[in-house]
Structure formats: C-alpha cells, structure tokens
Design a protein around this ligand. Structure first.
Ligand code: ZN
Length: 284
C-alpha cells in the first residue's frame, strides 16, 4: 500500500486514483495520518477486502508533483547515517566506517516532497537517500526482527550546508543539515510488502535536469536491519521516527570543481518504486 498526506488527510495512492481514507471507510479510519499509521495492518486488511473505489482519478505520476502533499509523519527522532555507501565513502577519501556513523537532522527540518528549500549559504549540497519510516516502538531490536518495527520506506533528501558542517573541528553535522526544509520526505509512504528488494533499489538525483547521483541501494555499507539493531541498542525507536540511511556517490562537494546549490536550481530525487521529490532552491 502507498499512503500519502494529501492536504493533511491520509490518502491511499493507487494506479487508478487516490482514495481518501476517512471518506471511503465512512469514518472507520481517521483522516489523520498518525492515527492511520498506528493501525496500519488493520488499514491494509480493510483496503484489501473492501477494495474501495478511488475518490479521485489523480494518477501517482500526477500526484507526486502536487504541492498539496505534506510530510507523511511528524517524527520525534530523525536519525541519519554518514558514509553508508561504499562509493560515497571513496569519493570523500574516507574509509568505510566499522560501525554506523550516526547524526541527527532535527525534526523541524522535515517537510513535504515538493517544498521549496531556502539556500542558507554558499556551500549547500544535496544527498539522495532511502528513508525508513518506523511503525512501532522498539528497543534492542534484533536484526532478524528489524522489519517488525518498520512501517515502510520513502524517498528523502538530506540537504546539507557544508560550510556549517565544517565550521568547527571536529566537524558537526546536525545543525548543518537542519535548516528550513532540509529534510523533504515522500512523496508517500510505501509499505514493506510493496518493496520486493530494499537492498537493490535504483537511487539518484538530478540537478537542473542533469544526473548527479545514479546508484543502487546494493552499495549500502550497513543494511536497514543492521541500522535498526544498532540505533535501537541506544534509543527507543518510536512510530513516525525516520532513518535517513545515507547517500550514494555524486554529491556536490566531492566534485571537481564542487557543485553547490543556488536559488533557482531544481533538485529531483528518485528511488525506483518509491517515487520522486522535486525541490526548488530559493533565496534565503
Ligand atoms: Zn546524508
């Protein structure tokens, strides 16, 4: 199932059109995404058995460009992982970490998939990322049980201001990656059953129509189950939390010469089967 936050209402996305959950279920399920996520299994079972007619004919392709799409969750915690693709570690000249390199994007940076992104400084960079959406509380979750706490996946962009990131020694990531709208997610949540192999998804980004990142999640260093086990050995994972799992090679700062974002730029981020984000950089 694919579930979107359309104009603040939980909306199931089908190839034939969108289904407003509260309307189609006669109020059995809430318009609130948060409430729907708390009963995702029941909602999926209802959707399968009731097979409700779409309430609009908007196709997924049309929908994913809609400015009315909001963030699918309001997370309490946003984890992000550095140097988690082998080729990205290589382009930065760093060794592949022996344990996950964890930082946070503060939750106030989270926004919908097509939000405008004010450019706060001259070294603003892009990072296409597979994002895990947590669906249930979990502490000390074993790798083999990891998917029991996952609601699904979405596309994410980990915007970063590299000047802020390297302002002090040692470098400090979290503020540099938490400016306004620096964490767009979406276009919707895709539940686990719709993703056949999360370890081999095409992931990429385009800047003004030019491909900048073009990789596959098979290059990940630490898998989603490994990340969940590691993070939950310290923090209690909670429904709606996000894990930005890292970016593949091709980021702006690793290029010669470096490429950074400026007002007017268009950044498109895609993951095969999960959809697309489209952001425009604006003046601060
Ligand atoms: Zn990142």
């Amino acid at each position: 199932m694919r579930i979107a936050n359309l104009d603040g209402r939980s909306t199931i996305v089908t190839d034939q059109g969108t289904v407003d959950v509260a309307t189609a279920s006669n109020g059995a399920f809430s318009a609130s995404i948060e409430k729907c996520l708390s009963q995702l299994d029941t909602l999926q079972a209802w959707f399968r058995s009731a097979a409700p007619q779409p309430t609009t004919k908007t196709t997924p392709e049309e929908l994913q460009s809609s400015p009315k799409l909001g963030p699918i969750v309001t997370p309490r915690q946003v984890f992000a992982i550095g140097l988690n693709y082998r080729q990205h570690a290589a382009e930065t000249g760093m060794d592949v970490p022996s344990t996950p390199m964890v930082f946070t994007k503060f939750p106030s940076a989270v926004c919908g998939p097509n939000a405008d992104v004010p450019v706060p400084g001259p070294m603003t960079d892009y990072e296409a990322e597979l994002v895990v959406v947590i669906g249930a509380t979990g502490r000390n979750v074993r790798e083999e049980d990891a998917f029991s706490v996952v609601a699904g996946y979405c596309v994410g962009q980990d915007y970063s201001e590299r000047g802020w990131q390297r302002k002090d020694m040692p470098p400090q990531f979290s503020l540099a990656k938490s400016f306004t709208n620096f964490a767009p997610i979406g276009p919707w949540l895709t539940t686990l059953d719709e993703v056949t192999d999360p370890n081999d998804l095409a992931i990429g980004s385009q800047l003004n129509g030019v491909t900048m990142q073009d990789s596959r999640t098979s290059d990940l260093v630490f898998s989603v189950p490994q990340l969940i086990a590691y993070l939950s050995s310290v923090c209690e994972l909670q429904r709606g939390d996000l894990i930005f799992t890292g970016t593949p090679e091709g980021v702006g700062q690793a290029r010669t010469p470096p490429v950074f974002l400026k007002p007017g730029d268009e950044i498109v981020t895609t993951i095969g089967g999960l959809g697309r984000l489209r952001n425009h950089a604006t003046a601060p």
